[in-house]
Write a protein that binds this ligand. Structure first.
Ligand code: A2P
Length: 328
């Protein structure tokens, strides 16, 4: 696939492939072969995070591909994120350097603040707990100070671009009003049942490209949360009859329809799959367009259903920067 024909321009004059490879919930054992398969399939944008604990295996594959000349570093778009335990100005340089070492890279293409809330920085414990079983929050979170430290990483050449993830409109506005270098990207949950129309409009007005995580509605999420003792019933968008009817019409799979719907809005999507057939399917969406009537049908599926509220971290809603006040 020619990814240069399917990129969005960022406000720092670089380009970001509109379809990326998501790696959250992928374990090392399956990921090495999957990242190889993703690069073979044409993915050049890979999304990871310090807290996914899979940067090293991704770095191993990238090193192999770059050093053998199969891919040029400048043709890749690598995204990683500051962990909640690094949410203080001095944490930014500490954690971006660790991520770069894991990824075996000199720079990333985009570095994001992963979440607006903060945990205590306890070495070796990404999700520290208090004795009463709650997540160990750091309540003194200073987004402006952290953003200045993000800008310094860009000045130092450790990242080409900086952005935010899981921030709400008022939190983004505060950063925008105090930034020397404005954020160029916002990564949030976005799928057919949670289309984030107000947030996407706000970002367009402010020249912030939006990236959709869980673009397929994360059908593996319930079993993932179950591992943390949280039992939830979640809707499966891939089984939605409207999506399936449209898929039949275009002779495509439901996942391809959901992804196309997102990228036709100018929103970047980062579906995760460790299955070679499905990951190839997810990037094979550049040979058709949804027509206006199908776009309208898909737009009408929006139900404001948020799958991820971070409540898996018990007590997180007590943080002053918890981003979803309506869920408190
Ligand atoms: P798998 O890795 O076994 O393919 P999201 O990106 O919305 O978080 O969704 C990821 C989940 O969706 C994973 O459980 C992944 O499983 C599954 N998935 C990814 N691509 C497809 C596809 N094309 N069809 C069906 N399920 C998919």
């Amino acid at each position: 696939m020619n990814q240069s024909a399917s990129s969005v321009s960022l406000n720092n004059a670089t380009k970001m492939p509109i379809l990326g490879y998501g790696t959250w919930q992928a374990t090392d054992a399956e990921l090495e072969a999957a990242v190889e398969a993703a690069l073979e399939a044409g993915y050049r944008h890979i999304d990871t995070a310090y807290v996914y604990e899979n940067e090293k295996v991704i770095g191993k594959v990238l090193k192999k591909w770059i050093s053998s000349g199969k891919v040029k570093r400048e043709d890749l778009f690598i995204v990683t994120k500051l962990p909640p335990g690094g949410m203080r100005p001095e944490g930014v340089s500490k954690f971006i350097k660790r991520s770069l070492a894991h990824l075996q890279l000199d720079y990333v293409d985009l570095y994001l603040i992963h979440v607006p809330f903060a945990f205590k920085d306890i070495e070796g414990d990404l999700h520290p707990m208090t004795s009463d079983g709650k997540i160990n929050l750091d309540l003194k979170t200073d987004h402006i100070g952290i953003w200045k430290a993000m800008e310094e990483q860009l000045d130092a050449g450790l990242t080409k671009a900086i952005g935010l993830s899981n921030f709400n409109i008022s939190q983004i506005t505060r950063v925008l009003n105090n930034a020397r270098i404005p954020p160029c990207n916002l990564q949030v949950e976005l799928h057919a049942y949670h289309q984030q129309k107000e947030l996407v409009d706000f970002c367009k007005k402010n020249k912030i490209v939006v990236t959709a995580y869980s673009p397929l509605g994360n059908p593996g999420l319930a079993s993932f949360l179950d591992r943390f003792g949280k039992k939830v019933e979640l809707p499966n968008i891939l089984k939605n009859p409207v999506v399936n009817e449209i898929a039949k019409k275009y002779n495509k799979e439901p996942a391809q329809i959901l992804l196309k719907h997102i990228i036709q809005r100018g929103v970047v999507a980062i579906p995760k799959s460790t299955n070679p057939q499905r990951l190839r399917q997810n990037i094979d969406i550049f040979d058709f367009s949804l027509d206006d009537s199908d776009l309208s049908k898909l737009n009408a599926l929006d139900a404001g259903v948020r799958l991820l509220d971070f409540d898996v971290f018990s007590g997180v809603k007590e943080h002053p920067e918890y981003p979803f006040p309506e869920l408190k």
